[in-house]
Design a binder for this molecule. Structure first.
Ligand code: TXA
Ligand code: MG
Length: 350
């Protein structure tokens, strides 16, 4: 696996590195790269053999469709069939480049494995400058799921990608840590409504404001006629070896609940803790604690760090991970969606 560190390189070196990585992608190679959300594992979306290698490298179920990445509206030719519906145009205008994936009719030129069993393709234009530059060099649409082994947390740094996929892929573009940290919002736009299949940092309120349509979440329709589901949401997601427990509420109430649970169930055990800033009263010694840097909003910082922390706490051998959760508004909805999966439902509202 060739690694290009473009975060540390000067402009000229970075350009040369991305040209090389782009050519490798174009020619059928598997190249992981940073986006603003998480690292993606890319392949030329027109090359069936290359796209199949993504599934093999990740151990991904073959019926789970991939998101195709483009650097411009011009690159949508050969990805989306027919004219772009007016509302999708509007969404692209407002939210691209950025973490919004739209489901649109798939173009026949796409490798069939990009969209197994569905007539739509998920497309997005990432805002990360390295991703945009790489797509430009590749000069083809790039199919890319998150660059983790299936069942592992999405990677938010090049180290995470290497830990999961070294030896299984051809290249890795290291652009430093991902600024958002949770995967893109996946949305389906119909005439009269928008359905969010996977919550992300583009929120239902953002979509409602921009498109003037009511927005529903996938949980509210769960597979009714004519409304797509994201197949990926049905697979078991990463849950750490540690038991994750989440409490949502104000700081004094969450602190009391954590301390009571700790004394009753986790006394003397290896506990990792995620809080907005409070610390447990003396007598309870955590193995590790994370809180956001002062001044940074908790929900956004937690979104950025969550997957890294889950990987880290597992490596440290934590038996419990206690998390002070966030209100499910703004990016908080995406954070709580991922946390509830990691906690296998152990979320307490106080
Ligand atoms: O932020 C992201 O979206 C990252 C970066 C790399 O762009 N990618 C990502 O891809 O998270 P992946 O494959 O890990 O998740 C894609 C999700 C899955 O739940 C998949 O089932 C759903 O999107 N999806 C993709 N295409 C779809 C389609 N045509 N219809 C329904 N769901 C689709
Ligand atoms: Mg994924």
């Amino acid at each position: 696996m060739k690694v290009w560190n473009v975060a540390a390189a000067g402009a000229v070196q970075a350009e040369a590195a991305l040209a090389e990585a782009g050519a490798l992608l174009r020619a059928g190679g598997l190249v992981a790269f940073p986006t603003e959300t998480v690292y993606g594992l890319g392949a030329n979306a027109w090359d069936e053999a290359a796209v199949r290698r993504i599934f093999a490298a990740k151990g991904r179920p073959s019926d789970n469709p991939l998101i195709v990445h483009v650097d411009s509206r011009a690159m949508l030719a050969g990805v989306v069939q027919g004219a772009i519906p007016r509302l999708a145009e509007k969404a692209m205008e407002v939210f691209w480049p950025g973490p919004l994936t739209l489901l649109l009719p798939a173009h026949p030129r796409l490798a069939p494995s990009v969209h197994p069993g569905v007539a739509t393709v998920g497309v997005r234009c990432p805002s990360h400058p390295v991703a945009l530059a790489l797509l430009g060099k590749a000069a083809c649409p790039v199919a890319a799921p998150s660059a983790n082994r299936s069942g592992r947390p999405s990677p938010t740094s090049a180290e995470h990608v290497a830990a999961d996929l070294a030896g299984r892929i051809d290249g890795l573009v290291d652009g430093g840590p991902c600024p958002v940290g949770v995967e893109s919002t996946v949305a389906w736009i119909a005439d009269g409504e928008v359905v969010v299949l996977r919550p992300g940092s583009v929120t239902p309120a953002d979509l409602e404001r921009a498109l003037g349509l009511p927005v529903r979440s996938a949980a509210e329709h769960s597979g009714e006629q004519g409304v797509p589901l994201a197949p990926g949401m049905k697979y078991r997601h990463y849950a750490p070896d540690a038991q994750v427990c989440v409490w949502v509420g104000d700081a004094p109430a969450v602190r009391r609940a954590v301390e009571a649970f700790w004394d009753e169930r986790a006394s003397g055990r290896r506990v990792a803790l995620i809080t907005p800033g409070w610390r447990p009263a003396s007598g309870r010694k955590p193995l590790a604690v994370w809180s956001p840097p002062t001044g940074e909003p908790y929900a956004a910082a937690l979104a950025r760090e969550l997957y890294r922390l889950l990987r880290r706490f597992d490596e440290l051998g934590a038996e419990f991970i206690f998390v002070h959760g966030v209100p499910a508004s703004g990016i908080g909805a995406a954070v709580m969606n991922r946390l509830a999966k990691a906690a296998e439902g152990r979320v307490v509202q106080l």
